[in-house]
Design a protein around this ligand. Sequence first.
Ligand SMILES: [Zn+2]
Ligand SMILES: [Zn+2]
Length: 367
Amino acid sequence: MFQTTAAVLRSTAAPLSIETIEVEAPRDDEVLVKVTASGICHTDLGVIATAEEGQLPIILGHEGSGVVEQVGAAVTDVAVGDHVVLSYAYCGVCTNCKSGTLVHCRDFMALNFGGARADGTTAYRAVGEPIHGHFFGQSSWSGRLITTPRNIVKVDPGLPLELLGPLGCGIQTGAGAVLNTLNPAPGSSLVVFAAGSVGLSAIMAAKVAGCSIIIAVDPQQSRRDLALELGATHAIDPTQENPVEAITGITDGGADYSVDCIGFPAVVRQALECLASPGVCATVGFQGGENEITINQGHLLFGRSLVGVIEGDVDPHEFIPRMISLFQEGKFPIDRLMQVFPLAEINEAIDAAHHGKVTKAVVRFPS
Ligand SMILES: [Zn+2]
Ligand SMILES: [Zn+2]
């Protein structure tokens, strides 16, 4: 048993409580990680807003980075002292995992949102009571966490570890949608709706891909400004002009690609309607399991498509090192997205993320 400090969600009506908790030693197939830092993602905010009584108390957080502190007897590919970035959980043995589409693991929901290991147990305890955890196989708002080798991507110890956690969710979501799913040809045009951390990652990726027209659509001036600094060639304020008309004008008839990073029905529709024929729209924004949209089939018919993308549809073991290489080459400046808060200010960080005052809030744990 190990002791650590964690931010625990005990009520949707109260701030997270920062507590001393106990973490079990890793089982044979598990890894204990001492957390350096963790991002705050909108999926965390969604659970904070909607968690039901039976899910509480729980430790959230799923953009963790840290150092391996102990490994189970059966773990061979991860060692004590390794610097690691954590990503989503998958089983590794179902048909989709075996075919390499890890994000479509048949147990994805249970393993990432179940609040427990696959067998229903939890490695986390407060005084006298179990705490739900294993969120995305991580629960990285705990100073120590139990995860599996499948969640782990090893990184060079010379890298700034506290900035790397968001590569495992928000940043790979935006960058993967562009570089992996859409894979735009050099010289093509691409529009990003909503320039938060996911959208800005998509914009940086579009620049890496060599898109010649990159358009950011966002109502917030500071985000449009940052989008232009990070690679956007144009920025549109949707409260001032009709994005579809503006994009059609800039691209001489419609964009080749679009990425919706918010999931509002009206925005998904705009992201489709701004497309040329042919054209592809990737929707990555999450607005809950039931989120009906209306689209114009007569418009879609002319070679346009709409594809849903979770976690950038990436294998983190391949894609996180690719993003890190681009970061080291100066082509993917993720540090421009981040603001680091100490753990003691996690509730302020959550509030700042919720109100869009920061692009990507990262919480640093005491060393
Ligand atoms: Zn996330
Ligand atoms: Zn699986």
